[in-house]
Write a protein that binds this ligand. Sequence first.
Ligand code: SF4
Ligand code: SF4
Length: 358
Amino acid sequence: MLKEYLHKIKLCAACPKMCRFACPVAEVEKKERVTPWGKSLTALLVLEDKLSYDDPDVVDTFYSCCMCKRCKSYCLVDDVDIPSMVQAARDEIVAAKKEPEDIRQFLEQFKKFNNPYDKELALPPHPSLSPEGRGSDILYFVGCSTLLDKDILNSTINLLDKAGEGYSTFSDCCGFPLWASGYTEEAKGLADKVKTALSSSGAKKIVTSCPACAYMLKSIYPSLGFGLSADVFHIAQFTEALMKDGRLHLNKKSDIDTVYHDPCFLGRYLNIYDAPRNILRQTAALREPIKTRENNNCCGAGLYQFRPMTAKKVTEIAVENIKQTKAKQIITACPTCKRIFSEALKDKIPVKDLTELI
Ligand code: SF4
Ligand code: SF4
């Protein structure tokens, strides 16, 4: 409920509002109402009944956010959390049936295949993906975005095989795109099914390739009433732990200049910055872009569904930040960041997932 954010929203009123320079949507659109503070003021006016979700500009303001959390890196007020407030507003907009038509169409498209990609996705046959993995302590939560990228899928399977432990797999969508769009009830329905399947696997550790899956399972499922008993790890954390335990020895270090892009949900949401770098320092010549870690640019992924033209420009800004390093390859730790950058760069600079270097 947006009302729960009232106190936090009021804190924005007495602030110099430097967050406007952090927001990629504001940088592209150059409109006051889409700045983090503009979203906060819009929320306050909705709560005071001076604006309503009947106004398309109000609805548009709350969908003009890639949920990148970069505003949080610049905000000095601990309590203020714009993307959570935006999500609460989207939830109310959907409940009031005031969401834009393209968001409604997205839901219908999602329902067809239970994923956001408008096609049937399934795990391909692989010798490691046999039923013997069932009952082991580890479950590889592949997620729908990794099913689109066979290189990430295969390199992660190879990595888990090298670790020498059995594992089971699960490849349905975690429901993150529904939750982020404001379709909380639909996300709950999916979370219920996913939780049942994960619990029946008996796994104690769940490993994901996608940072948004990790965040969804770890933080959002409990808030929706579907907390898991298993611990959730992103593959970067899991790999670093294997290295520290001496159970994984990495390939010889290459001297290819490599830049690492921090995915928003791995960095700003899960606070995982060092694990991927500790792995990459063993495998490549690592460079840092000017904007990195907490200040890294969003790849724009969270906006393509709602505002494709703005999203494309957000991607271009992120690509420029990376290009300044003159690195010969880009590594990220998110299947969606990899896809967005690969499409934007069109093979001019290779883009890979962290696991593809192991
Ligand atoms: S989000 Fe933070 S930095 Fe931005 S106006 Fe609100 S309190 Fe200020
Ligand atoms: S989460 Fe990102 S896009 Fe949304 S208001 Fe904050 S900086 Fe802007």
